[in-house]
Design a binder for this molecule. Structure first.
Ligand code: DQA
Length: 148
């Protein structure tokens, strides 16, 4: 089973970016933890980071061979109809994740355009949100497989 992982804009700066909110782990370190959990769970990951909305849309459109999508849409969470529509258009379940608890932050972060097209959301556990999200992605991928 292959899981597509997408990190949205500015997440390439993790480690130095607003470390009081996002912590000090770099994106490489997060990806290493994800790959190590994926090996334990017996799944393969295809990991992408992009700062560009259209590129994220294209990655989602080409997700054909993946069984689930694990996505931190970052700032696009709150603005991107295009990413929401791309997720709705492909036939794979999505898990939305955030390092921070977006509901405890500024009001503009309280709305996610992605949640209505996701199977669920994990937010507020720092880098562990990714690991919890990966477990959730495997659960929804398996549920989707047995339903079809
Ligand atoms: C984020 C939360 C977003 O509001 C913000 O724009 C990000 C990161 C998070 O992981 O907590 O870039 O998605």
């Amino acid at each position: 089973m292959k899981i597509l992982v997408i990190h949205g804009p500015n997440l390439n700066l993790l480690g130095t970016r607003e470390s009081d909110i996002y912590g000090t782990k770099t994106l490489d370190e997060i990806n290493q933890s994800l790959n190590s959990l994926a090996a334990d769970l017996g799944v393969e990951l295809a990991i992408h980071q992009s700062n560009h909305e259209g590129e994220i849309v294209e990655i989602i459109q080409h997700s054909g061979k993946c069984s689930a999508l694990l996505i931190n849409p970052a700032a696009y969470t709150h603005t991107s109809v295009a990413i929401r529509d791309a997720i709705a258009a492909v036939d794979i379940p999505a898990v939305e994740i955030h390092l921070s608890n977006i509901y405890k932050r500024e009001e503009f972060r309280h709305t996610s355009l992605i949640s209505p097209v996701a199977s669920g959301q994990v937010a507020g556990f720092g880098p562990d949100s990714y690991l919890l999200g990966l477990r959730a992605a495997v659960v929804v991928a398996n549920a989707n497989k047995s339903a079809s």
